[in-house]
Design a protein around this ligand. Structure first.
Ligand SMILES: [Zn+2]
Ligand SMILES: [Zn+2]
Length: 178
């Protein structure tokens, strides 16, 4: 998604729409790496307005993904929603130190150049931030039995697991079919 700079004024403009994940190379890359599967296009809702010497963009990106639980290895679906604000300044007006001063990830300062502001890299970055590093199907997920591999969420398997370390990391590459 991009906007022509001359359309931006002090009166906020609302941009809404859906875009395919295929338009976002960084998201295609995580999908190809097997980290998650995007189930829906990106729903984009942006408010763009001119403010002082920058352009303020308040954005919301929503989609739905399938992830594999890191404990029980079962695939589950979840909504991903990112809300963020970006202040775009003309690259030539942007003091160098501003880029390092703003480190809060939800409040980003970015440069633009030319007649358009392209939101692609910001959208990608915000969606990637929302993908959990250790996905859990449920906060209370009991995982799988380290002895027999049974999904403990569907009941106790009866194994004696006392003293056996739960070696989830060794099981990461397994897929459990139910
Ligand atoms: Zn789980
Ligand atoms: Zn067991």
């Amino acid at each position: 998604m991009r906007i022509k700079v001359e359309w931006v004024s002090e009166a906020p403009v609302v941009l809404s729409g859906q875009e395919p994940v295929a338009d976002y190379p960084a998201l295609v890359a995580v999908q190809e790496a097997g980290e998650c599967t995007f189930l829906e296009p990106l729903q984009l809702d942006f408010t763009v307005e001119k403010e002082f010497n920058h352009i303020r963009v308040s954005g919301r990106v929503a989609t739905r993904v399938q992830l594999a639980c890191c404990r029980c290895l079962v695939d589950y679906e979840t909504d991903l929603v990112a809300n963020f604000t970006v202040f775009y300044s003309k690259a030539s007006d942007m003091p160098v130190e501003e880029e390092v001063a703003l480190t809060d990830e939800d409040l980003v300062s970015a440069p633009y150049d030319g007649d358009f502001i392209d939101f692609t890299s910001e959208i990608e970055a915000q969606v990637l931030l929302e993908i959990p590093y250790k996905p859990l199907c449920n906060e209370e997920c009991k995982g799988i039995c380290s002895k027999c591999g049974a999904d403990l969420n569907s009941g106790e398997c009866g194994c004696d697991r006392s003293g056996s370390g739960l070696a989830f990391s060794a099981l990461k590459n397994f897929t459990v079919k139910r």
